[in-house]
Design a protein around this ligand. Structure first.
Ligand code: 8BR
Ligand code: 8BR
Ligand code: GLC
Length: 455
């Protein structure tokens, strides 16, 4: 059944995408320098930096990276648990160390950058992107297509492709250390593939907002139908106040214009910031998150038991997921929650329609493509993902939802809201893991509105 649904969803979405005439993407864009780790090299580096200190850092993540053992310890922390983590690299010395260690590949990074290339460069949807610093290298990582940044010339606001921005600003580099499932150093084995990120970046982590955006936000918003906000994850209780004021101002403008706004949630270590995010969630139409992020949100909402249930099982218990989504919708009033995990997605929407499910299916094809190739090059690539098998474990998940909520053909009605479920396609040997979540959320959000516009 699902193969057929996948096929039909792809056809429908492809036909509907041209209906979206503009998407605003703010705020985080950077360069990802991807290094595929080598076990011998990593062991040597750990020995050299001091094994004992590195191991201590791998027990508990430091707050930021000030010395090399913090970096290597962070990498080891991720490997041990098979979990993602990201830390700010403060020290110039460690930034130099990472640069000399090198990379295998330079890629577009940051939620905004990744989504801009996907929506603008692949789906052909005009996007306006916030790029905190447009260096030559950063600009070159943008695909050709209707991707724009605002530029003010002689007091006049224009929209140009980043390659035409022509002011060489700083390069904001995030070093991504990727490892496959089973990767082993000193007898420590990665339970699954994942990555550790060290961000050598003084702009994105502080949510630096360009003057072109601050001064012209009204005008910028006039040209779009949808907006996606991201990049709030690295803020801390010390520095969040000012950027939050500006973001709330942007949200008010978008709300006034009736533009649906999606928040791409990312793991936000600071509890004060996470609480604040939950407080303003009602100003968004939609939110996208994974199990760890949903658990972290339940945690600050005082739902400790529910938070634990969300991370206790693999695959994630779908009943706990639905309970948490309902709580979040009740408390914040948000209309759309899109949950994604390894093996399945669930959306809870205050409105009903088959198109919600179709958009999730389309997103799963885009995700499988990104996992397999590391990049989605064109819509034909996405079509090829139809051959990737549907996750076997998802049949049990679907059965549980059938029993609990009378799920039928992937759809159920719970408390007046619609629950849409899809089993996803899982690529056995993914090329890399970074950016798949962004691919899922932006594909689903934009294609859902494209399908709705076609009704
Ligand atoms: P724990 O609550 O078990 O620490 O898990 C936190 C989750 O957030 C993990 O999935 C971890 O990979 C991720 N994470 C990221 Br991304 N950055 C992190 C950070 N700086 N500190 C802790 N966890 C982080
Ligand atoms: P986050 O980074 O936000 O957790 O998103 C990662 C998502 O990518 C997971 O929820 C999962 O759905 C998807 N994913 C991963 Br990880 N590995 C995948 C694979 N090999 N094939 C398809 N999807 C994958
Ligand atoms: C975070 C990282 C960035 C990466 C992105 C992928 O924004 O800072 O380097 O590209 O996540 O989702």
């Amino acid at each position: 059944m699902w193969d057929e649904l996948y096929f039909r969803a792809l056809e429908r979405v492809k036909g509907a995408l041209p209906r979206i005439k503009g998407v605003l993407l703010a705020y985080n864009t950077n360069i990802d320098a991807i290094k595929y780790l080598n076990p011998q090299d990593l062991e040597d580096r750990i020995e050299k930096a001091g094994k004992e200190k590195v191991f201590r850092c791998s027990e508990e993540l430091p707050e930021k990276i000030i010395e090399v053992p913090h970096l290597l310890g962070g990498i080891l922390w991720s490997i041990k648990r098979g979990k993602a983590a990201e830390l700010f690299v403060e020290s110039r010395g460690v930034r130099e160390y990472m640069k000399h260690w090198g990379w295998d590949e330079l890629r577009m990074g940051g939620q905004v950058g990744i989504m801009a290339n996907l929506l603008g460069g692949v789906y052909g949807i005009p996007v306006i992107a916030h790029v905190p610093q447009i260096s030559k290298l950063q600009a070159e990582l943008f695909k050709d297509g209707p991707i724009y940044v605002p530029k003010v010339e002689n007091g006049v606001l224009k929209f140009v492709h980043p390659k035409e921005f022509s002011r060489d600003e700083e390069s904001l580099t995030h070093y991504i250390y990727e490892f496959p499932r089973g990767f082993e150093v000193f007898g420590i084995k990665a339970p699954r593939e994942n990555r550790f990120i060290g961000s050598a970046d003084d702009y994105n982590p502080n949510l630096y907002i360009r003057s072109e955006f601050e001064e012209n936000f009204e005008k910028i918003a006039e040209g779009v139908q949808l907006a996606i906000i991201s990049g709030l994850q690295a803020l801390t209780k010390e520095n969040y106040t000012q950027p939050f004021e500006e973001i709330e101002r942007h949200l008010e403008i978008l709300n006034e214009k009736g533009i649906p706004v999606h928040l791409e949630f990312a793991f936000t270590p600071d509890e004060t910031v996470r609480k604040k995010l939950v407080d303003i969630l009602g100003k968004f139409t939609s939110v996208g998150l994974n199990e760890v992020e949903l658990a972290s949100v339940m945690d600050v909402m005082g739902e400790k038991k529910l938070a634990e249930r969300l991370i206790a099982h693999d695959p994630v218990d779908p009943i706990a997921v639905v309970d948490a989504m309902i709580k979040l919708a009740e408390v914040t009033g948000i209309q759309r929650i899109h949950f994604h995990t390894y093996g399945y997605y669930i959306a809870l929407t205050s409105y009903r329609g088959e198109y919600v499910k179709d958009s999730l299916l389309f997103a799963a094809l885009a995700a499988a493509t990104k996992a397999k190739l590391g990049d989605v090059r064109n819509l034909d690539d996405i079509g090829k993902a139809l051959d990737v098998p549907v996750n076997e474990k998802a049949a049990d998940i679907e059965d549980r939802l059938k029993k609990e909520f009378n799920l039928d053909n992937g759809i159920a009605v719970v408390n007046e809201s619609q629950l849409s479920f899809v089993p996803t396609k899982i690529v056995a040997k993914p090329k890399s893991t970074v950016g798949i979540g962004d691919t899922i959320s932006s594909s689903a959000f934009v294609s859902e509105f494209a399908l709705r516009a076609a009704l």
